[in-house]
Design a protein around this ligand. Structure first.
Ligand code: F58
Length: 795
């Protein structure tokens, strides 16, 4: 808690901001006004550690980490910041004392969704952990006017509408118009005095907006610096005066489009010129800012790696390699070989996917048009690499008239990392086999993690309270201490308290589900949750097919001893991803039929609240009994939702994919519902061209489900609506839904058996929490600091 902060002083600060920052009197203030007043009062307490951290970094000339990411899935800030400062309970008291509903105030804050899914949320967790660990760092990103679209369902179909988080003032950011850089596009390259000089055809100005990110207990704070684009020339007055109004505002239009929207493509690569411009805009502004900061106190650019580490979050900022070379050679006169040496010591690259459709490649035509100087530099990097590492056949960046960003990022980095043990192994063996053979020490692993401050301490107050009661305070920043819960897991009293905490969350969720979806569910049912982007490889389809099989079984024998279940789905599909949208429609259609079936009643309900986002995750995950992590083995790089469920005491039903492997190792095989083929078995299975038919023929429940779908049982208004789905399972089942179905169905029966035995269930659940310490993003960041960034904590 900040020294001297009391309920009285905080109340006075809130009222002062209400009067003098918002200019409202308490009698007429809206919820929004109160939220702004409280946010400014809390923000004031961040500024002090923020200054102190920034000043210390300068004074001690510390190495800084620069995290370059096109996405930050931040969520709400107010309660998170308050809890890290130790001011949350005080804030609640102050606000309620003023006659305002604190929960409503917290929920009034828009959920900042400057990201699509796991990759963006990971960046947000990393920012929080770097602040907690006192690792001097900047996050660089784009200040999108519209974040990820809002999802609605119309007749069960996903409909996208624009998101407007910036419509009201964002109290957490500070505009820094003095930190501005020119970023160019297009044009041509000239030779002047023997030096190549890029003469851009278009320019925009990148202008900084800083958000402080405060760590646990306010001991350190870093900066998230988001760029917005401004026109370099306001408008052409001469054209305007001539009456050519549209042309006069061209520069404004160009600037406006750059940060207008987040690309809503999850795991597919779109190849659009605007996307390339966004990537370069972020990267160039960040690198100019980094070099300016370094040159302020240093002369020798050769020693840049001693003070600067730059991490590329996937290939989206991979243009950092050639841009750094350009700035060092063209602007600062460093020679090419020395620039290569510096760049490769400074840069690191994190890969987040093996899916071939997600790997960024640009046609050399488009790339050369948008970034002509960088195209030249990339060709030079390619020939440098060929010369320095001779090999029998071509391994490089430009191939078949395409610039391959993965290869570029690999070659320009001193370390390349995957995000789980299994994934890193596959990055080495199947994504970059030749490059890894040439550079055997380059690929390393850093298994993902999540911040326990948001994903346990904040979102699950009942469980956090129980943990503190049982093992004392301090676990929030030392998550391995959760192991101290283990001896208590054997005590019936502790397990009862654990179950009671879960029940409290479930009761709260029950009310929320009723409000959001109109469906009444019982907190006594097993809450089975799958929340994540909708994608074929994540196999929500397998879950809904199994749900139908379960429904069918209940109808056959309604009086049997069924464990009541609520199947909860959440997630968005990329707007252009037809198959994923069909799965969404199917889940909603299935829910409609099952929830209205009087034979089944409370034994089975299906809910799919629209617009899954960080704030919704904070409600669903603490109330989950079962975590669905059922991707086709070898496809999910890591997963991070899986870790959040584990922390919150929900055992996993899952495949040996991504970090599930490590979750199972940590929690013990007996506390994990494993099923399905391994990565190797998946490859083997695909060799049989009739794999799906064989699997369907061997499973009566699956046959029945497909038959019901084909007959239109879930789409009576449109009986052939799911013919495409059925046809794909039979004939184009690349993700092996059919082949893993029977094992999944059996594992679900095993879940029911475990749930029927409360002692067994709560033991499993509690062990999941007790053994989740490894999945703190603090552990992950320590790994990056030691093995990739060579940097130390300032605390
Ligand atoms: C995710 N990738 C992985 N990409 O799928 C997940 O397994 C992993 O846990 C997570 O990264 C963090 O490492 C992911 O979220 C994207 O959303 C990209 C957005 C931009 C286009 C390409 C996909």
């Amino acid at each position: 808690m900040p020294p001297g902060a009391t309920v009285d002083s905080l109340r006075a600060e809130v009222l002062r901001h209400l009067s003098f920052t918002i200019a409202k009197d308490p009698g007429h203030a809206s919820l929004h006004d109160w939220r702004m007043a409280l946010s400014y009062a809390i923000r004031d307490h961040i500024v002090t550690p923020w200054y102190a951290s920034t000043r210390r970094t300068w004074d001690e000339d510390r190495k800084r980490v620069y995290y370059l990411s096109m996405e930050y899935l931040i969520g709400r800030v107010l309660e998170d910041a308050a809890i890290n400062l130790g001011l949350r309970d005080m804030a609640r008291e102050v606000i309620e004392g003023l006659g305002v509903d604190f929960n409503a105030l917290v929920e009034d804050e828009p959920d900042a969704a400057l990201g699509n899914g796991g990759l963006g949320r990971l960046a947000a967790c990393f920012m929080e952990s770097m602040a907690t660990l006192g690792c001097p760092a900047y996050g660089y990103g784009l200040r999108y006017e519209h974040g990820l679209f809002r999802q609605r369902f119309e007749g069960g179909r996903q409909v996208e509408t624009p998101e407007d988080w910036l419509v009201t003032t964002n109290p957490w950011e500070f505009d820094r118009p003095e930190s501005a850089y020119t970023v160019g596009f297009k044009g041509h390259v000239e030779s002047r005095d023997g030096r190549d000089v890029w003469v851009p055809g278009e320019t925009v100005t990148a202008s900084a907006h800083d958000t402080p990110v405060v760590g646990w207990q306010g001991r350190w704070a870093n900066t998230l610096r988001l760029w917005s684009a401004k026109p370099t020339t306001l408008f052409d007055l001469e054209r305007f005066n001539r009456g050519d109004y549209a042309a006069a505002t061209e520069p404004e239009q160009l600037a406006r489009t750059i940060c207008r929207v987040l690309y809503p493509d999850d795991t597919t690569y779109a190849g659009k010129e605007l996307r390339l411009k966004q990537e370069f805009f972020l990267t160039s502004a960040a690198l100019q800012d980094i070099l300016r900061r370094y040159c302020y106190t240093h002369k020798d650019l050769g020693r840049l790696p001693e003070r600067v580490a730059i991490q590329m979050n996937d290939t989206h900022p991979a243009i950092a390699g050639p841009e750094l070379i350009r700035l060092l050679t063209d602007k600062h006169g460093v020679d090419f070989d020395a620039a290569m040496d510096v760049a490769r010591k400074v840069l690191g690259f994190t890969n987040h996917t093996l899916l071939p459709e997600a790997l960024e490649r640009w046609s050399t035509y488009l790339f050369g048009n948008v970034l002509p100087r960088h195209m030249q530099i990339i060709e030079r990097i390619d020939s440098w690499h060929r010369r320095t590492y001779p090999r029998p056949h071509f391994v490089g960046i430009v191939k078949h008239h395409e610039v391959r960003m993965g290869e570029l990022a690999f070659i320009m980095s001193h370390k390349v990392n995957g995000v789980s043990a299994l994934h890193s192994k596959l990055v080495k063996s199947s994504l970059f086999p030749e490059l890894s053979a040439l550079h055997p020490d380059r690929v390393v692993n850093q298994t993902n993690g999540v911040t326990p401050r948001r994903w346990l301490n904040l979102c699950n107050r009942p469980l956090a309270g129980l943990i503190t009661e049982t093992i004392g305070d301090g676990w929030q920043a030392d998550l391995d201490r959760l192991h101290e819960l283990e001896p208590h897991v054997e005590e019936a009293g502790f397990r009862d308290a654990f179950a009671a905490a879960k029940r409290a969350n479930k009761v709260a969720l029950t009310g929320w589900i009723k409000d959001r979806t109109g469906v009444v569910v019982s907190p006594d049912a097993l809450f089975d949750v799958q929340v994540k982007r909708i994608h074929e490889y994540k196999r929500q389809l397998m879950n809904v097919l199994q749900t139908i099989a379960h429904w069918h079984a209940i109808r056959q024998d309604p009086q049997a001893d069924w464990v009541p279940r609520v199947k909860i789905f959440g997630g968005k599909s990329a707007p252009g991803y037809f198959v994923a949208k069909e799965i969404i429609h199917l889940i909603n259609d299935t829910a409609r039929v099952i929830n209205a079936d009087p034979v089944v009643g409370d034994r089975l309900k299906v809910v799919y609240p629209a617009n899954y986002n960080v704030s919704m995750a904070e409600k669903l995950i603490p109330a989950a009994d079962l975590s669905e992590q059922i991707s086709t083995a070898g496809k999910e790089a890591s997963g991070t939702g899986n870790m959040k469920f584990m922390m919150n005491g929900a055992p996993t039903i899952g495949t040996l994919d991504g970090a599930n492997v490590e979750i199972r190792e940590q929690v013990g095989a007996e506390n994990f519902f494993l099923f399905g083929m391994t990565t190797e078995q998946v490859a083997e299975r695909r060799k049989d061209p009739d794999h799906a038919r064989h699997a369907i023929e061997a499973s009566q429940p699956l046959q029945d489900v497909l038959q019901m779908l084909a007959e239109g049982r879930f789409s009576p208004d449109h009986p052939d609506r799911y013919h495409g789905v059925v046809d794909r399972v039979w004939h184009h089942d690349y993700f092996l839904v059919a082949s893993d179905f029977a094992a999944y169905h059996a594992a679900q029966a095993e879940v029911d058996a475990a749930y029927r035995d409360p002692a067994r269930w709560w033991r499993m659940a509690a062990f999941n929490t007790a053994r989740s310490g490894f999945f703190s993003s603090d552990r992950t960041i320590r790994g990056y600091m030691q093995e990739i960034w060579s940097t130390e904590s300032a605390l």
